[in-house]
Design a protein around this ligand. Structure first.
Ligand code: UD1
Ligand code: MG
Length: 460
């Protein structure tokens, strides 16, 4: 049976007190809506219709960006809800596009629902009933309550603001997620009114209509409230962030990673790990990161879109972004590897060293206070403290090439474009603006002059 998915994401999220539409608020480094789209895309479906309204253009642009994995998702449609008149009204806007027999409604602000849970719910559904995902919770405040009859069957959903005191005591709530028969849903939506406390067309009202027509409502109750926790305010968002963090940490632990504190590591993307990986506290991973066997990451590091090969140590306070780091390197403390950095095995990058588009050969070292941008450095090169590569002339970037076994003395400035051939040597404090031939010493500084019989000011 064909199933299409309608995702409701037009709301402003007034309770977030943010200028950003709620669908774009970030959880685990990605927009809330991205989590829902990912779950939707993993199901067997023949179309995904996302209803947008507040910040619609921004939402659409974000997801159509070619860097975004959903940009090319087949069957992804955007539906505009001009005015946010309620969840029922929102679904109604998408219905003209739906041709399937069943409709799964997901909420853009309920981001962590698991595909397996959705599959189980879909298995419950058929064109003769509604399948509804509910939750037993000790904190039902703010949510729609499930009203069951004497026979235990679901009869209606009552929103918090329309509920009487007795109904408010009900601990079973509506997750918002349901599977409905498309044909009957169209008729029910046409009959909705906004005769309620919020003056909105509630999708939840179709449940009572279904019951009146003897269309059974099958509830699937789950009890992990994090899975269907909605994000309506910042407190709920940070609570879910905590849950997301812990679930990522749990999978690292079960893969054998040593985490000094699972509550202080954030994986905002995908992290692939080898054996005997150790991660200290306050480490953030973003995008796609892979860590080889025995890699150790020190405290307070941010590692983004990077591969770090076996045996490498990243020391405290280091930032790695868009870099490929070879085996047995030592990076940091407090180093910054920027995009286009490629380090061969056994490279040492020490404190306050910044690299960008830097290809550095085996066993080379830059241990202190350097800027290495747009460079190619050979093997066994020593870059002294305070060496700066001037790659930018105010208009263009230029390349610097350094051969094998080169020694660049401390506090030297290499003015690109420039080449230092194999085995050359640069004296400390030099400014090098032309090629240094192989095996030669370049001294590019003023000669020292000592002045005798000199007196300090004030000294007699
Ligand atoms: C809704 C449910 C409630 C449920 C709760 C679960 C209704 C009437 N209530 O309440 O029973 O317990 O979710 O989290 O459905 N939206 C639109 N267009 C609109 C209004 C809303 O697209 O006109 C979208 C929002 O962007 C959001 C979702 O629908 O993603 C839910 O809307 P929200 O206002 O958050 O409803 P809740 O009060 O959370
Ligand atoms: Mg909500």
């Amino acid at each position: 049976m064909k199933l299409e998915i309608v995702i409701l994401a037009a709301g402003k999220g007034a309770r977030m007190h943010s200028s950003m539409p709620k669908a774009l608020q970030r959880l685990g480094g990605r927009p809330l809506l991205a989590h829902v789209l990912e779950a939707a895309a993993s199901l067997e479906q023949s179309g995904i219709h996302t209803v947008i309204g507040h910040g619609a253009e921004l939402v659409r642009r974000t997801f159509q960006n070619p860097d975004f994995p959903f940009a090319g998702l087949a069957g992804l449609n955007w539906v505009l809800q001009q005015q946010q008149l309620g969840t029922g009204h929102a679904v109604q806007q998408a219905m003209p596009r739906v041709t399937a027999d069943l409709v799964l409604v997901l909420y853009g602000d309920v981001p962590l629902v698991l595909p397996d849970t959705l599959r189980n719910l879909i298995d419950l559904a058929d064109p003769g009933n509604i399948a509804l995902l509910t939750l037993e919770t000790s904190r039902p405040e703010g949510l729609g309550r499930i009203i069951r009859g004497a026979d235990g069957e679901v009869e209606a959903i009552v929103e918090e603001r329309d509920a009487d005191p007795e109904q408010k005591r009900i601990s079973e709530i509506n997750s918002g997620i349901m599977v409905l028969p498309a044909g009957r849903l169209r008729q029910w939506l046409d009959r909705l009114d906004c005769d309620n406390a919020q003056r909105e067309y509630y999708l939840t009202d179709v449940v009572a209509m279904a019951r009146d027509e003897n269309c059974p409502v099958r509830a699937m109750k789950i009890d992990d409230d994090r899975e269907v926790q909605g994000v309506n305010d910042q407190a709920q968002l940070s609570a879910l962030e905590g849950h997301y963090r812990m679930s990522k940490a749990a999978s690292l632990l079960s893969a054998g990673v040593r985490l000094l504190d699972p509550a202080r590591v954030d994986v905002r993307g995908s992290l692939v790990t080898g054996q005997d990986v150790e991660i200290d506290v306050n480490v953030v991973f973003e995008g796609d990161v892979s860590l080889g066997d025995g890699v150790k990451i020190g405290p307070n590091c941010v590692i983004k879109n990077a591969s770090i090969a076996a045996g490498t140590r990243v020391l405290a306070g280091t930032s790695v972004d868009g870099a490929a780091v070879g085996a047995d390197c030592s990076i940091g403390p407090m180093a910054r590897l920027r995009p286009g950095t490629e380090l061969a095995a056994g490279v040492k990058i020490g404190n306050f060293v910044e690299t960008k588009k830097a290809k550095i050969g085996k066993g080379s070292k830059a241990n202190h206070l350097c800027y290495l941008g747009d460079v190619e450095i050979g093997e066994n090169v020593n870059i002294g403290a305070g060496v700066i590569v001037c790659n930018y002339d105010g208009e263009k970037k230029h390349r610097t090439v350094i051969g094998n076994n080169v020694f660049v003395g401390s506090n030297s400035v290499l003015v690109a474009p420039v080449t230092l051939r194999d085995d050359s040597f640069v004296a400390a404090g030099s400014t090098v603006s032309s090629e240094v031939p192989s095996g030669q010493l370049a001294v590019g500084r003023a000669r020292q002059k000592n002045i005798s019989r000199w007196k300090r000011p004030g000294n007699r």
